[in-house]
Design a protein. Structure first.
Length: 271
């Protein structure tokens, strides 16, 4: 499990509670803080990726924090009508985080391509990355979710989570306390037995606050979340084999993009 934690100068390792999915940034110390570290004057929007840095094929779209919260709330409500196996692998981090998000403490960047979608969320609110680790790795690396009622009753979704390599952040790595990158491959079998597949990427990280001086209080950490979702394949009925999903971008490209998101959260967006 690749989880970055605080270096010794912080006195202790960062705890697990600190990021659809997707999702964040927090104010940093100002004044005499280290050069290159985002300052407290920067709002969460100043710590988002610049739209010009979006991957080829993606175009920024209008997306507000309120719209993201509303969309996530709808998904969370739908998840109440599901059964997850193993049962301890039911996700919890989004349900805890989403109600705390608003336009004052968060900023969001949305983008769309003909082959998928992208969402970055930067917020001063903390995401429980430890819960993400618990529900997407180890015994929860493979889960089965069954929809028990509604018009999709009987649908079964098998998800295989694979942890990805961490980006090379250079000196910015000193500001990252915790990080998790996951590739999720889902196979959805509908009630009529037709099958569709999809590949998504998600990255969560906690960016530490800086110290303005030896006597100053530590600034609040920032949480950064980035999700890139590939379009699902067309449903194919048996006995035809399940269709092969294509990700919205190569895995390494997502890792590099997430690295850019973290560097921007540390340094602030260049004007």
């Amino acid at each position: 499990m690749r989880v970055l934690r605080a270096h010794g100068r912080r006195g202790r390792a960062a705890g697990p509670a600190v990021v659809l999915a997707l999702c964040a940034a927090v104010t940093m110390a100002c004044g005499g803080g280290p050069t290159g570290v985002a300052q407290s004057a920067l709002a969460p929007a100043d710590l988002l990726l610049d739209p010009s840095a979006l991957p080829v094929g993606f175009t920024a779209t209008e997306l507000s924090v309120a719209q993201l919260v509303e969309a996530n709330a709808s998904q969370l409500k739908a998840s109440d009508a599901t059964e997850v196996s193993p049962p301890q692998c039911r996700p919890t981090a989004d349900a805890r985080l989403d109600p705390t998000l608003n336009e004052a403490n968060s900023a969001v960047l949305g983008a769309q391509a003909s082959f998928g979608g992208l969402v970055e969320l930067v917020t001063t609110q903390s995401r429980d990355i430890g819960a993400d680790i618990a529900t997407m790795t180890g015994d929860c690396a493979r889960t089965e979710t069954t929809i028990s009622n509604g018009n999709l009753a009987g649908t079964r979704v098998v998800t295989q989570h694979t942890e990805m390599a961490q980006p090379d952040l250079g000196h910015a790595a000193d500001q990252v306390e915790q990080m998790l990158l996951i590739k999720s491959a889902t196979t959805t079998t509908l009630a009529d037995h037709s099958v569709r597949t999809r590949i998504d990427y998600v990255g969560y990280a906690v960016v530490a606050g800086s110290h303005a001086s030896a006597d100053s209080a530590r600034a609040t950490p920032v949480t950064v979340g980035l999700t890139v979702s590939g379009d699902p394949t067309e449903a194919v009925a048996p006995p035809a084999p399940a269709p092969m999903a294509r990700p919205a971008m190569p895995e390494q490209d997502f890792v590099s993009l997430f690295g850019s998101a973290l560097t921007t959260a540390v340094q602030g967006r260049k004007s």
